[in-house]
Ligand binder design. Structure first.
Ligand SMILES: NC(=O)c1ccc[n+]([C@@H]2O[C@H](COP(=O)([O-])OP(=O)(O)OC[C@H]3O[C@@H](n4cnc5c(N)ncnc54)[C@H](O)[C@@H]3O)[C@@H](O)[C@H]2O)c1
Length: 327
């Protein structure tokens, strides 16, 4: 098999996963080129890809190279459409980070280009490879909980301030909404485990904690309350904008209800100022329930008891009917 030669657009942050593709000593794949607007990100890239690795600030130069087979796009969401369309047009395989883009129309343009240029294309919905999500999917396909009827997801984004409010993630212009930027992973898993796409949806949310009246150019290192502010960022973190600045205009507390095309009812809640970081799923079928916690790599199966067991012990008294499965 020919070794795949990969280039990346966006060379720091999430591009860290490209390190896994960089296995020059075997015959599978090697990351040989990177594009980024920031010198510091290109330096990051060279630190793991090699001091002589090819770099540029112009992605068009990368796409002209005939020796590059595939491109990973790791730029902020608002650049995804431009970069994805250019990669597809160049005929190279495309790995595109989620979300696909910021509007339905932009996503349609990308999908039409995928069809037109017929190149391999993959979205960065990595939760589909998470061991507990795979275990849940296998159990559902094996019929362990019968027909899926309901899926409930609670997402406590305890690191909300660190992840989303100190940089471009905190504005509609940058992400449209954290339901797109963050929840797209979970909505994708709901669709995958539920076996259909959403047909009806309602959602609402507010900015209940972050945002405010602090100046837009205020950063943690220059802030007069940095010693006492609980959101103050560690000095080494590149994301340093004030989370209470005026420009913050996305929600931090959201609720979604969905009815999938096959009748499955789903709900998703996301809050960005919880004490801890937890993704908690329940999938309920007519023969049982699956519960899993992604960060703990923990999944539980609760079969519905047959008649005799049910009558012998009421559900409220049943102690531990669950079977734990290592993720
Ligand atoms: N799948 C996941 O779990 C996951 C996790 C984190 C981030 N992401 C996705 O990865 C993408 C990047 O997020 P991030 O947190 O790494 O962002 P980031 O801001 O930390 O890094 C983005 C990089 O892109 C570079 N860049 C910005 N604009 C550019 C342009 N026009 N051309 C070339 N380079 C440019 C920046 O200099 C920076 O090096 C986002 O779309 C995000 O949704 C996915």
């Amino acid at each position: 098999m020919k070794k795949i030669r990969i280039g990346i657009i966006g060379a720091s942050g999430r591009a860290i996963i490209a390190k896994r593709w960089h296995v020059p000593h075997n015959d599978e794949s090697e990351v040989v080129a990177a594009v980024d607007l920031a010198d510091s990100s290109l330096a990051d890239f060279r630190s793991w890809a090699g001091a002589d690795a090819w770099t540029s600030k112009d992605y068009r130069e990368l796409l002209k190279r005939p020796d590059i087979d595939a491109v990973g796009v790791f730029t902020p969401d608002r650049f995804h459409e431009e970069h994805a369309l250019a990669v597809l047009e160049s005929g190279k395989a495309l790995y595109l980070e989620k979300p696909m883009s910021l509007s339905t129309e932009a996503c349609d343009r990308i999908l039409l280009a995928v069809r037109k240029y017929k190149v391999p294309f993959m979205m960065g919905f990595n939760l589909r490879y998470h061991p507990v999500v795979l275990a849940a999917r296998d159990a559902i396909l094996a019929g362990r909980i019968g027909d899926v009827k309901a899926i409930w997801v609670h997402h406590f984004v305890g690191a909300g301030g660190d992840f989303y409010y100190h940089d471009w993630h905190a504005t509609r212009e940058g992400v449209h909404s954290l339901l797109l930027q963050k929840a797209s992973h979970d909505i994708d898993v709901i669709h995958w485990l539920g076996g259909a796409y959403g047909a009806l949806a309602a959602a609402f949310g507010d900015l209940d904690y972050f945002g405010g009246e602090r100046p837009d150019d205020l950063t943690c290192p220059t802030c007069d309350i940095r010693d006492t502010c609980r959101e103050a960022q560690a000095p080494e973190n590149p994301r340093q904008m004030c989370v209470f600045r005026k420009a913050v205009d996305i929600e931090d507390n959201q609720v979604v209800i969905l009815k999938l095309a096959n009748g499955v009812k789903a709900s998703y809640t996301q809050c960005h100022f919880t004490p801890e970081y937890v993704r908690h799923y329940n999938v309920i079928g007519d023969k049982g329930r699956i519960e899993f916690f992604l960060e703990r790599n923990e999944i539980w199966f609760y079969p519905r008891p047959e008649k005799d067991a049910r009558l012998a012990e009421p559900a409220t008294a049943r102690r531990d009917p669950a079977e734990r499965c290592a993720g």
